[in-house]
Design a binder for this molecule. Structure first.
Ligand SMILES: O=P(O)(O)O[C@H]1O[C@H](CO)[C@@H](O)[C@H]1O
Ligand SMILES: O=c1cc[nH]c(=O)[nH]1
Length: 290
């Protein structure tokens, strides 16, 4: 049955859903990662596809931007379309000084200034946390918990060479991936990838800040969040986590760092659309582990 924002039939969506913010990223994931993907909804240009990955049904649906938008799509998916697990495939601004463009952050918590999400339970500062099983499986896929003969943690990343690098200044560094090796899903190299070939990017597990504002001048807030261990800023994870809690589903946000708050480094819009391969790999591995 169609909902106000998703024009699909029962059974059109798989229980496991990847959710990028950008509809074009959804199309690209469907085209490059899924097999036999078919378009199942396109209301408001929020494109949704269902196909398979390694023989398992998987859907991808864009969320749009912000907590209200992702809360709408996640609610309708959990409530009306049989969704069980949603993994956000996002981009985020790096806040912690050790983060670099291209790094991946697996969000173990989401602080937020979103009224919708923070006020879900009146009188309570609600804790926005992901599904532990999705978090643990994605972190494992990114390399957490594996040790080589020298005792150093070792990561395996869908065929990429990867080595864990211990703890960062905040959050936990779980893997260093050598660029230029294969990622998840046959995505073509972007200009920034070519520039970065041979360099390394890392995966971190730690808290993100889900902000209602993309443009806001509040350096003190950002510095205080960094001082409290926050890794990155984005605009949906808290809404997704709270919606999953409310609807009895599971959720996780995995974000690629697209720019740095305290420096000029950034990706173009086109590069942001493309740089999702490792996030998708960790998300799909989390689905497969469950
Ligand atoms: O690239 P996506 O997944 O949309 O995520 C980030 O990008 C958007 C802001 O440009 C916000 O939605 C933010 O969370
Ligand atoms: O929400 C976002 C996403 C990327 N970069 C930012 O600074 N904010």
């Amino acid at each position: 049955m169609a909902t106000p924002h998703i024009d699909a039939a029962p059974g059109d969506f798989a229980p496991d859903i990847l959710m990028p913010g950008d509809p074009r990223r959804a199309t690209r994931i469907a085209e490059t990662v899924l097999e036999d993907a078919r378009l199942v909804t396109e209301v408001r240009g929020i494109l949704g596809y269902t196909g398979t990955f390694d023989g398992r049904p998987v859907s991808v649906l864009a969320s749009g931007m912000g907590v209200p938008s992702i809360s709408i799509y996640a609610t309708e998916l959990f409530r009306e379309f049989g969704a069980q697990r949603i993994v956000r495939i996002g981009t985020a601004g790096g806040m912690a000084p050790h983060l670099q463009v291209g790094d991946v952050v697996i969000a173990s918590a989401a602080h937020t200034d979103s009224g919708l999400s923070a006020n879900r339970v009146p009188g309570v500062h609600y804790s926005h946390a992901p599904s532990f099983s999705l978090l643990a499986a994605a972190a494992t896929a990114a390399g957490a918990g594996k040790r080589d003969a020298s005792g150093r943690a070792r990561a395996k990343d869908s065929g990429s060479r990867a080595q864990a690098a211990g703890s960062g200044a905040s959050g936990t560094t779980i893997a260093t991936v050598t660029k230029g090796s294969s990622g998840a899903a046959g995505t073509e190299p972007t200009p920034s990838r070519r520039r970065r070939r041979g360099k390394t990017s890392k995966a971190y597990v730690g808290p993100v800040f889900t902000s209602d504002a993309f443009y806001a001048d509040r350096p003190q807030t950002m510095e205080a969040l960094v001082a409290h261990g926050t890794l990155a800023v984005e605009m949906e994870a808290a809404g997704l986590y709270a919606t999953a809690d409310a609807e009895g589903g599971q959720a996780l946000a995995i974000c690629t760092i697209s720019d740095l708050l305290f420096s000029d480094a950034s990706l173009s819009a086109a590069e942001r659309e493309l740089l999702f391969d490792r996030s998708v790999a960790y998300g799909l591995a989390a689905f497969a582990a469950g």
